[in-house]
Design a binder for this molecule. Structure first.
Ligand SMILES: Cc1cc2nc3c(=O)[nH]c(=O)nc-3n(C[C@H](O)[C@H](O)[C@H](O)COP(=O)(O)O)c2cc1C
Length: 326
């Protein structure tokens, strides 16, 4: 391997790219695109953004001592780029890009409604570094888009399609390749999963029930979905989601082997290519299996439904309870 030495410059990538909104009292709000942004303290939660003095937003933030960092996802990257090449001196960026000011809870500067996460900040210190002034600010409020909250009130930030900036180009996040601390996590043995699905004809909701037997003993999970593109598969859609959840759990928790007990034959036949996956849901299931099959050894075991298999009955009840079906 040979290396080349360059003169000093900014090569720290990838970076977040964010839309920072700000406002002077009595004036229109403005948005500036910022890549020189970072988290700098957890307690109190603090962030920094660096802005050159020439920017219209620089003076607004300097004077008002507040701004909102709006995270940028795929849907917002076009306006974000626009806000990074046009100045609020010349255009109303909210108007031009059809963005909606979102009233903040703790400061006067509005956020951007279309962003999945709005981080309200109050400036504590400004350091004049050279080309850029660094605004060090405390986070005083965070607003998140409800669409990405699951029923356990967990926010799926990585499902929002966040964008990163690297060496002049924008990218969405790629494949998940690990998890905090996974390098020191002990490899676990085998996880046994019982999955079943249910369907509510009245609401068109479907669900899975899942019983896992692994290092932590027996654990029970269930989740319901309301997805028109999959609901035509009724309870099978739920059972597929259950099998995906079992694979995901096994992978996230460092299991090397997973044995899935199921009662609908497609659960094994689609991933093992014994049936052709034609529908969106079955194709996605097979693709998910293919992605992880070399990382975890997955074995499928068919259970005949309603024959008194304890854990299969348990998974069936969990799925039904999730939909309020007796
Ligand atoms: C991807 C991207 C990242 C940027 N990052 C910064 C930054 O970190 N700091 C900065 O001062 N300007 C940055 N800019 C430039 C400003 O966003 C740009 O000059 C903008 O038009 C300023 O708007 P304003 O005059 O309304 O404040 C960036 C632009 C883009 C496209």
């Amino acid at each position: 391997m040979s290396k080349e030495t360059w003169k000093p410059g900014n090569m720290l990538y990838p970076l977040p790219v964010v839309c920072v909104s700000c406002k002077r009292p009595g004036e229109k709000p403005n948005i500036i695109t910022i890549a020189w942004a970072g988290t700098i303290c957890s307690n109190p939660p603090m962030v920094s953004i660096s802005i050159t003095k020439q920017r219209y937003s620089h003076d607004i933030i300097w004077e008002t001592k507040e701004f909102v960092i709006n995270l940028v996802n795929k849907d917002l990257i076009y306006p974000c780029d626009y806000c990074g090449v046009k100045s609020g001196r010349d255009v109303d960026k909210f108007k031009e890009m059809n963005l909606t000011p979102l009233k903040s809870k703790n400061i006067e500067a509005p956020g951007i409604k279309e962003s999945p996460v709005n981080i309200e900040c109050k400036v504590k210190q400004i350091i004049e570094l050279g080309s850029h002034d660094m605004f060090i600010a405390e986070v005083v409020g965070v607003t998140v888009e409800n669409e990405y909250m699951d029923e356990n009130n967990k926010f799926s930030l990585n499902e929002t399609g966040l964008v990163t900036y690297s060496h002049g180009e924008y990218f969405t996040l790629g494949e998940k390749i690990g998890k905090f601390g996974y390098s020191v996590r002990k490899n676990k043995g085998k996880l046994v999963a019982y999955v079943d699905g249910s369907y509510n004809v009245a609401t068109k909701e479907f669900s899975y029930g899942m019983v896992l037997i692994g290092d932590l003993g027996t654990e029970q999970f269930s989740k319901k979905f309301n997805d028109e593109s999959l609901s035509s598969m009724r309870n099978v859609a739920g059972e597929i989601k259950g099998a995906e959840a079992a694979i995901s759990y096994a992978y996230d928790n460092g299991y090397k082997e997973l044995e899935i007990y199921y009662d609908y034959e497609g659960i094994a036949k689609w991933p093992l290519s014994q049936w052709k996956a034609n529908k969106e849901g079955t194709k996605a299931y097979k693709a998910y299996y293919d992605k992880l099959k070399d990382k975890i050894k997955i074995k499928f075991n068919k259970v005949i439904a309603h024959t008194g298999d304890k854990y299969n009955e348990m998974a069936d009840k969990l799925a039904k309870d999730e939909l309020g079906i007796k």
